[in-house]
Design a protein around this ligand. Structure first.
Ligand SMILES: NC(=O)c1ccc[n+]([C@@H]2O[C@H](COP(=O)([O-])OP(=O)(O)OC[C@H]3O[C@@H](n4cnc5c(N)ncnc54)[C@H](O)[C@@H]3O)[C@@H](O)[C@H]2O)c1
Length: 462
């Protein structure tokens, strides 16, 4: 940790690490409400020590109802693990106890980290999404509660697997939080109540926009020497559909999720446009990621209502990052700015004119951070032994994202059911990956990976 980071306060660390841009036998036993260690201490293992993993661990260590301790960490890259560990130790000196023999590296590190926990402890999954079902399977076997980051899936076969695992976890009384933090925004919770009570009538139109410059691992140059294809793709997961669903799922799922929540149903189909415009670096080298620079999706709900989503990762264009809904009696702004930015508001007309305002959210200072709220809510459910699983709706939101992406990538209308039934398993044998495994995508002689070709490749995305 460098000296400028050394003074990072607990609050700042949590704030900056919330976003990607910054930072067998037991299986049959229901988990008892009293922690199995006989003490109140809940131990945490962090699997995936990147920006969000560090943020989620910080939120876990800051819950209102402790005591909580971080005891094990797992990653593929030693520098990632060390970086999160140092920052967390600095911010939470008495709650971080991860000696070298509880720091694990490699594709099986997740098992070793979870082996350090006892039933009733919590595993955090903040790796790229492709590994979710693998890690969740093991957590269920070990009787662990879980907090897993979004998205949960990128394809049909793993979505089916995750639905089944969700049921298995609930049958064992395991509590599972999913990092779709909009659901824990107190403003969006009140907005949902008001919208569901009909304050703006029937929702007939929704709009979501996430348009800004290329961020995260949106763009990738050909793999440099000194790293395997597999590790390159895992490291730059926003670039590769198998690893994350691409930028579409990873960046856009929050708006898709909370607009579906406001409508109280999921879209049943999507048709979409997308294209690659600027896929050459300033040095003239072709980028090899699988993302389109722009996506424009028309989602349709079963009652015919529409949800238009525009995504763009381009410099020099207008930046819009917001979500809103139009009803028969007025309109609402869900996220003013960003994934779920305050305040949310309702208007009695179809324009957000201040004089037409009928409600604006007011959230108490200690509940303004949805990343912290989601952890307080999960911990309450664990400590009070209340049923708690966000997995089913997290998979559904992931499927709706994948449906929009597949519609753009193939140039065809895609239904929710077709997305779920699509048999393209994008990362076969992922549960057996080792550092030497071949990557799910193979490059051609120029280092380029297959990219979507709408209208040409239409039954799979690449
Ligand atoms: N809820 C949110 O607002 C939010 C914000 C940012 C990221 N996220 C999500 O969190 C996840 C991680 O994103 P990030 O931005 O922290 O990425 P990141 O690259 O900073 O971190 C991912 C970490 O996981 C490690 N990793 C990869 N595969 C692994 C494996 N098989 N086992 C162990 N470790 C592995 C990587 O080495 C890396 O350190 C993604 O799913 C992303 O969508 C959510």
């Amino acid at each position: 940790m460098n000296s400028s980071q050394g003074s990072t306060s607990r609050r700042e660390f949590i704030k900056t690490s919330g976003k990607s841009a910054a930072f067998s036998a037991l299986a049959t036993v229901a988990i008892p409400p009293v922690h199995a260690t006989g003490s109140d201490l809940i131990q945490i293992a962090l699997i995936g020590c990147g920006g969000r993993g560090g943020g989620a661990a910080a939120n876990a260590l800051s819950v209102k109802r402790g005591p909580v301790k971080l005891v094990a960490m797992a990653d593929l890259f030693p520098e990632r693990l060390a970086s999160d560990l140092n920052k967390l130790k600095q911010s939470f000196p008495s709650q971080v106890d991860v000696p070298p023999d509880r720091q694990f590296l490699g594709f099986d590190a997740y098992q070793k980290a979870m082996d350090c926990l006892k039933p009733g402890d919590i595993a955090i999954f903040a790796t790229p999404p492709a590994f979710r079902w693998v890690h969740f399977t093991y957590a269920i076997q070990k009787g662990l509660h879980v907090f897993m980051e979004k998205p949960l899936t990128a394809d049909g076969p793993t979505s089916k697997r995750m639905f089944a695992l969700a049921q298995e976890a609930s049958a064992k009384n395991l509590k599972v939080g999913v990092g779709l933090m909009s659901r824990h925004s107190r403003a969006l919770q009140e907005l949902a109540d008001r919208v569901h009570n009909g304050e703006i009538g029937e929702i007939v139109l929704q709009r979501g926009y996430r348009m800004h410059g290329p961020g995260g691992y949106f763009l990738s140059l050909p793999k440099p020497p000194g790293i395997t294809d597999l590790l390159y793709q895992v490291k730059r997961f926003h670039s590769f559909i198998w690893a994350s669903g691409g930028c579409f799922n990873d960046f856009y799922i929050h708006l898709i999720d909370h607009l579906g929540w406001m409508k109280n149903q999921w879209p049943v189909k999507a048709q979409a446009l997308g294209g690659r415009h600027y896929k050459v670096s300033p040095d003239g080298v072709a980028y090899v990621d699988q993302n389109f620079d722009v996506y424009s999706v028309e989602y349709t709900y079963s009652d015919g209502a529409k949800f238009f989503f525009d995504g763009r990762c381009m410099n020099g264009c207008e930046e819009i990052y917001t979500s809103c809904l139009q009803g028969t009696k007025g309109m609402g702004i869900a996220s003013k700015s960003g994934d779920c930015g305050l305040p949310s508001s309702l208007y009695k007309s179809q324009t957000a004119t201040p004089t037409d305002l009928i409600w604006e959210s007011k959230v108490s200072p200690d509940e303004k951070d949805p990343y912290q709220n989601e952890w307080n809510d999960l911990m309450d459910a664990i400590r009070d032994d209340k049923p708690y699983s966000e997995v089913k709706r997290g998979v559904e939101a992931s499927l709706v994202a994948s449906m929009g992406r597949m519609a753009a990538n193939t140039g065809r209308e895609i239904t929710f059911d077709e997305m779920l039934q699509c048999d393209h398993d994008m990362a076969p044998n992922i549960e057996k990956f080792t550092m030497d495994s071949p990557a799910p995508l193979l490059a051609d002689a120029n280092g380029r990976y297959p990219v979507p070709q709408p209208g040409i490749v239409t039954t799979r995305e690449y």
